[in-house]
Design a protein around this ligand. Structure first.
Ligand SMILES: [Zn+2]
Length: 304
């Protein structure tokens, strides 16, 4: 039996298979009401209980008994320059290279890479395990997600899992409680921000660890099942984007590159970012989730 609860954007979700799912749903329901009471004195007991279900192979409770750092880190100039450059190209070259085929390409790639890749694969499947599918379909939609330039699947699911467990607490990597801009994009520009929000053992494991190594207990389920495929994606991540740009140029010149890569990337990036920012400030909150997440129809339209 699979325990399935579809997620509405911005709302808390628990969709884990069978017994573990029921247990997690129960624990999270009880704990969520106490979420607002989280202090900065280290994760409370309910959080450590939650994480035992996120990382079932771990007994490293000590890894979670740390305090989030409040220090602001220096700006990551490489990421900042990339972010600014993509926006400048989108707003200057976008109108100049517009064509109907380029617009259709942009929409088609948005649906493929954002809806299938991020929303269906990274989010619903790899992070929340909301459904089961054939391995080849899993690889296909995960590859679509990797082409959307929001990080490799291992990094993305680590960040999102942690965000769900600690939404709008001091351990949340991106919460509007630290400012709307910080939640939307600013968090991404701070060097080592993730390391101020979650244990180093977990961050390091998702970047470097392979099965059999000490930090293996923190690796996600899909990596354990198919380490070769997800290692391949992690190690060749940027090459696929370069190949996509070359392919788009060969198919339709700079018009296809600007609309199929840059404009599509900027739209999908702000769609996903809006879930972290706007959907935690404005919208309906029909369920008591214990955090600030809300259902916002406008955010839903640009993020899925
Ligand atoms: Zn989620």
């Amino acid at each position: 039996m699979t325990f399935f609860l579809p997620e509405v954007h911005g709302a808390k979700v628990n969709s884990i298979p069978s017994v573990a799912g029921l247990a997690l749903a129960s624990v999270t329901a009880r704990s969520s009401t106490r979420r607002r009471a989280a202090s900065s004195k280290g994760p409370p007991a309910w959080a450590r209980e939650d994480l035992r279900y996120v990382y079932p192979f771990s007994n490293g409770v000590e890894a979670f008994s740390y305090e989030p750092a409040t220090k602001r880190h220096t700006i990551d100039y490489a990421r900042t320059c990339w972010y600014v450059l993509m926006h400048v190209i989108a707003f200057t070259c976008g109108p100049a290279t517009f064509s109907v085929p380029a617009l259709l390409l942009c929409v088609g790639l948005f649906v493929s890479l954002q809806t299938l890749g991020i929303s269906l694969s990274y989010h619903r499947h790899l992070t929340h395990r909301s459904f089961q599918c054939h391995k080849y379909f899993e690889y296909f939609i995960a590859y679509c997600g990797a082409l959307n330039m929001q990080g490799n699947p291992i990094w993305w699911t680590m960040n999102h899992t942690w965000h769900h467990r600690f939404s709008d607490t001091p351990w949340d990597p991106h919460t509007p409680r630290e400012g709307l801009w910080t939640a939307h994009a600013g968090w991404f520009f701070e060097k080592e921000r993730i390391l101020t929000k979650m244990p180093e053992a977990i961050v390091v494991s998702h970047n470097y660890t392979e099965p059999g190594e000490e930090n293996e207990v923190y690796l996600p389920w899909f990596y354990r099942e198919s380490p070769e495929f997800y290692d391949f994606l992690r190690e060749t991540y940027y090459l696929h984007h370069i190949a996509l740009v070359i392919l788009l140029y060969m198919l339709g010149g700079w018009s296809f590159v600007v609309w199929g890569f840059v404009v599509r990337f900027v739209v999908s990036l702000h769609g996903v970012s809006a879930v972290n920012s706007f959907a935690h400030v404005w919208g309906e909150a029909p369920f008591k989730t214990g955090d600030d997440s809300k259902n916002n129809v406008w955010v839903a339209m640009v993020s899925s």
